[in-house]
Design a binder for this molecule. Structure first.
Ligand code: BGC
Length: 469
């Protein structure tokens, strides 16, 4: 059974990785698409900022529900079927957003689409980590992260084209319905791709379908020794029963880890990243770039910066460690946000020379986020939970990410109008500075430490800050 070439083996694994990572791409597309569309939606429907905030954040509340649902779906129906379901919801949700006759239907359609985002963001990384053989596992997970940022930038590009250039039915630009609707195409592509994917071997073993799990590994062109090692590892890990909620209720030390994960995701969102992801064109407008074209291309530059700076984290996270990179990130983000705020307070509209420094600072903020909190918070959250409570812990921290994300999206325009443009950014800047202290006091360094070691320290009562050492 060992006749396959390494090339075919790689091809099979990368096909799987790529298809499942398309879920990350769709997730990114949905994060990115609204920033270009919201201004046109507001004009078209004649709705106030409050309604726009709700339309922006409806997707995220849907995602919270979707993530909760998929912990049940992926356990009962399997990972593959859950990803297939999410692809169907992606297709219908995108079309529903595109044809919504009024703001209320759009709100409902965004909530529905959010289910797909939540389902995909919970299940695809799980599937990827379960289906990829050990040797390529790390690379597969980073590929998923990177796909999210690429999805965001593709959405920004498609927005720029549809906002300014596309001539549809004799109308040039402003096509927000198409911005929201085009996502149905990659979603349909993902649906077709997933039809060809195998089920997760770990889930098959969980259901007692041992032979089918072996069949999947054969499809991946693993040789007999590799299959035996993979299966032994799965069987070993299945010996630890996952009963996260009971563990949470009974074990104060595990609770500490869950609270840490929740806190870390709140911190990631309160850096203010999604204020920029969802409202970048408006921020460019505040900075004095009043033409749609400038705003859209400015937003594309934000997206490209976000992708490129993610590579800094990928390159250094296992060399320098998580905490030094996070400190550098928080300082960069804090200073950059305060600079943006101060420049906005001085008044960029009146003083055109300040517009470029303000946008420069905004881009430096993006670099600070993408090289640190963006990927690293997810990394730490995947490392701090003991095996018996890992699914539960990840569900709590991922759910918190979406809830805080929704709150940030829901409050930004109100903050601008009540606190003022400049002060809103200064407030986010100040939060980043506070997070440095939180990191110093509570967050462990987990670089190069085996997960079993972290677990042992945590459960023997070592303070959180030291469970990595
Ligand atoms: C965050 C998202 C954010 C994205 C930007 C992710 O790590 O969880 O909320 O939109 O980074 O790249």
């Amino acid at each position: 059974m060992n006749s396959s070439s390494p090339f075919r083996k790689k091809l099979a694994i990368y096909f799987i990785g790529f298809t499942a990572a398309l879920a990350g791409l769709l997730f990114g597309l949905d994060i990115g698409v609204i920033s270009g569309a919201e201004g046109f939606i507001q004009k078209d429907f004649g709705i106030p900022d409050r309604m726009i905030e709700l339309i922006v954040s409806a997707l995220l509340w849907g995602a919270v529900l979707g993530a909760l649902m998929s912990s049940y779906f992926s356990a009962h129906f399997g990972r593959r079927k859950t990803i297939l379901m999410s692809a169907i919801v992606f297709v219908f949700g995108s079309v529903a957003c595109a044809i919504a006759p009024n703001e209320y239907v759009l709100l409902g359609a965004r909530l529905f689409l959010g289910l797909a985002v939540g389902m995909a963001s919970f299940t695809a990384p799980l599937y990827l980590s379960e289906v990829s053989p050990q040797a390529v596992r790390g690379g597969m997970i980073s590929m998923y992260q990177l796909m999210i940022t690429i999805g965001i930038v593709l959405a920004f590009l498609s927005n720029a084209w549809l906002a300014s250039y596309a001539n549809i039915g004799g109308v040039v630009g402003g096509h927000w319905r198409w911005m929201l609707g085009v996502i149905a195409f990659p979603a349909a592509g993902m649906f077709i791709g997933v039809l060809f994917l195998p089920e997760s071997p770990r889930w098959l073993c969980l259901k007692g379908l041992h032979d089918r799990a072996v069949g999947v590994f054969r499809r991946l062109h693993l040789d007999d020794a590799e299959i035996a090692a993979e299966v032994a590892e799965i069987e070993d890990s299945l010996k630890v029963k996952q009963n996260g909620f009971a563990f949470f209720r009974e074990n104060a030390l595990f609770r500490k880890a869950v609270y840490l994960g929740i806190g870390l995701q709140i911190i990631q969102q309160l850096t203010g990243i999604n204020v920029i992801m969802y409202y970048a064109p408006r921020i460019f407008n505040i900075a004095g770039f009043t033409s749609t074209l400038d705003q859209m291309w400015g937003t594309v530059i934000v997206g490209v910066t976000n992708v490129l700076a993610t590579f800094i984290a990928i390159a250094f996270v296992d060399k320098l460690g998580r905490k030094p990179i996070m400190y550098a990130g928080f300082v960069t983000m804090g200073v950059a946000m305060v600079v943006v705020g101060v420049l906005f307070n001085i008044g960029v509209e009146a003083n055109k020379a300040l517009a470029f420094p303000a946008i420069g600072a905004l881009l430096i903020f993006i670099i600070g986020f993408a090289m640190s909190a963006g990927p690293i918070i997810w990394v730490i959250c995947s490392e701090i939970y003991p095996l018996a409570g890992r699914d539960f812990g990840v569900m709590c921290s991922t759910g918190t990410n979406w809830v805080t994300n929704a709150i940030v999206g829901m409050t930004f325009l109100t903050m601008l109008s009540t606190l003022g443009n400049g002060n809103t950014f200064i407030l986010y800047g100040a939060l980043n500075v506070i997070f440095i202290v939180v990191f110093m006091l509570f967050v462990p360094e987990t670089k190069g430490v085996r997960l079993e070691q972290i677990e042992k320290h945590l459960l023997s009562g070592v303070p959180l800050r030291k469970i990595g050492r």
